[in-house]
Design a protein around this ligand. Sequence first.
Ligand code: ATP
Ligand code: MG
Length: 238
Amino acid sequence: MHNIMVLNSKGGCGKTTIATSLACFFASNGYRTALMDFDPQQSSNRWLKIRSPEQPRIKVIDGVRSMAGVTRSWQLYSGNETEIVVMDTPAGVTGGKLVDLFHKADSILVPVMPSIIDLQAMEVFLGELGRLFKQGRHSKHIGVIVNRVRMRGKSYQAIEELMGKAGLPLVSVLRDSQNYSLAMESGLGISELTSGSSVKDKKHWVPILEWLFQNMPVKQQKLDLVQPSSGRWPSAVA
Ligand SMILES: Nc1ncnc2c1ncn2[C@@H]1O[C@H](COP(=O)(O)OP(=O)(O)OP(=O)(O)O)[C@@H](O)[C@H]1O
Ligand SMILES: [Mg+2]
């Protein structure tokens, strides 16, 4: 099992959008996938409720509400059969909460938006995450996705510099596209959209999936990035 967490203390940077689309990529390609929602707002869970039962199944795990008579670890247990767990997290995660979440993940994707206003908060968060990453022995991977990019201006360059300082890789850049809100409100992921305009967006996910696969044990790698078996897979590598 591989645990993929989408994490940033900044609100509204695209955590739920990225977590739900990631879960769809894996589910559509034959992975037994679970989506674990740690956010009290439960946006991922709500998205799953509007998802058609005809779409590839994604199991839901509520990471917030306690179930009577069940231990916390049992509640978060995704089952023996689950191969990929995608974890959506809330905004405002710092300190002990961040440590707790950090230890649950194998791969961590941090969405950041190219905004000069957010830079300082981003620097603090990436610094805190970077310190955790350097502590102790673990085999975790952390990568950054720059999300909602319209043009690669000054704020984009400032993010690149910040990541250079933090020593974190830039995994992909997702453009600002209404396809993401279209997918969210239809219970779909970006890979499940069929419109011509979504082809460009799908291509931006190829480096994200490649990066995740590099971090996974070989026996867990089922997807063939070069010869996609499913029509949902991006038709070319960006
Ligand atoms: N690449 C994108 N292009 C256009 N809109 C986007 C993109 N990514 C996210 N959005 C939109 O931005 C808004 C916030 O996204 P989302 O809910 O995924 O953020 P979040 O980090 O989960 O927020 P919160 O911290 O409140 O949980 C949503 O309306 C979503 O549709
Ligand atoms: Mg969210």
